[in-house]
Design a protein around this ligand. Structure first.
Ligand code: 13P
Ligand code: SF4
Length: 305
């Protein structure tokens, strides 16, 4: 079957079976083309609470499908490829965070949305890369324990000097693959390009950026900018999507190694098989996990707007 034949089958099944397909911006082009909605983690969470289809297929990673289930527990939520996890979300377990809370009783725990549903049950508020600064500033508490991304946490702490932010050492293995040497090489090769980076990159990369933001933030900035050339410091799908959106501009990946294998494991045939009911994993969460984890996501939406 060709790509467009598979896409047409998916579009037909979607209508017949009342399925909504959500795709993170790191998904491949053939998937984002047939998705009902594509965006960054924050936009997908907000959308998840609004969708009225019976079934939601999440093309992204596990914590994103869990977020949909937490926000829409009455829906059938399918993770398109069960092997799509986020290594950062699995770096810290409940026991570690419970110990940290005991050691820091005066701190409020802010969890990056890239955490498991189980971990969210013992945190106070969630943030995403696009909403973290706004949310931390809006919180009445001054002492914040930020988990699990030390790079996003460092960036947030710099933007919120009025807060006491304690960081824990975790991070994204994909974004941590790039260092200052990649920036210097890319800038040498493309001296007129602006550097747009995700805050999951290390501070030595972020300090050179012309713009720092989430995947959607980077895309919006590049689309609206009058500049013609950009070095893209996030997962390489974003460079590809931007090249389609803006054929008269040029986009250079900061490194060829900026590939998230977990995001890339989902294929278009996986999505078709999910629509046929022969693939994917239904996300099942118990009522207590949903209720407790939801408090922290609701707080995110309340402070994030
Ligand atoms: P966004 O908030 O940009 O969607 O980031 C999600 C993610 O996993 C980036 O690595
Ligand atoms: Fe997780 Fe990093 Fe992949 Fe995002 S890019 S899903 S944080 S491993």
């Amino acid at each position: 079957m060709t790509v467009s034949e598979i896409q047409n089958r998916i579009l037909k099944l979607k209508k017949e079976k009342d399925i909504c397909i959500l795709a993170h911006s790191y998904q491949a082009r053939d998937i984002t083309e047939i998705a009902d909605f594509t965006g960054d983690s924050y936009a997908l969470s907000v959308k998840a609470a609004q969708v009225d289809a019976k079934t939601v297929i999440m093309c992204g990673v596990r914590f994103m499908a869990e977020t949909v289930k937490i926000l829409s527990p009455q829906k059938t939520v399918i993770l398109a490829n069960p092997n799509a996890g986020c290594p950062m979300a699995e770096q810290m377990d409940k026991e570690l965070i419970e110990q940290l809370k005991e050691m820091n009783p005066e701190y409020t725990v802010a969890a990056y949305i890239n955490t498991t549903a189980e971990l969210k049950t013992i945190c106070d508020v969630c943030v995403t890369s696009s909403s973290a600064v706004k949310i931390i500033k809006a919180m009445p508490e001054k002492n914040i324990l930020f988990i699990p991304d030390i790079n996003l946490g460092t960036y947030v702490a710099e933007q919120c000097p009025e807060k006491n932010i304690k960081l824990v050492s975790g991070g994204c293995p994909t974004h941590c693959r790039v260092g200052e040497k990649h920036v210097l090489k890319a800038k040498r090769e493309h001296p007129n390009a602006l550097l747009l980076v995700h805050p999951e990159c290390i501070p030595d990369v972020v300090k050179h950026a012309d713009y720092i933001g989430s995947t959607s933030g980077i895309m919006d900035y590049a689309i609206k900018s009058g500049a013609k050339e950009f070095i893209i410091g996030t997962e390489n799908s974003i460079s590809e999507h931007l090249q389609y959106e803006c054929p008269d501009k040029r986009f250079y990946p900061l490194s060829k190694d900026l590939v998230c294998h977990n995001m890339k494991i989902t294929t278009l045939p996986d999505v078709l098989n999910c629509c046929n009911g022969t693939a994917g994993e239904e996300i099942i969460l118990d009522g207590e996990t949903i209720t407790k984890a939801r408090k922290c996501i609701d707080k995110m939406i309340e402070y994030g707007g």
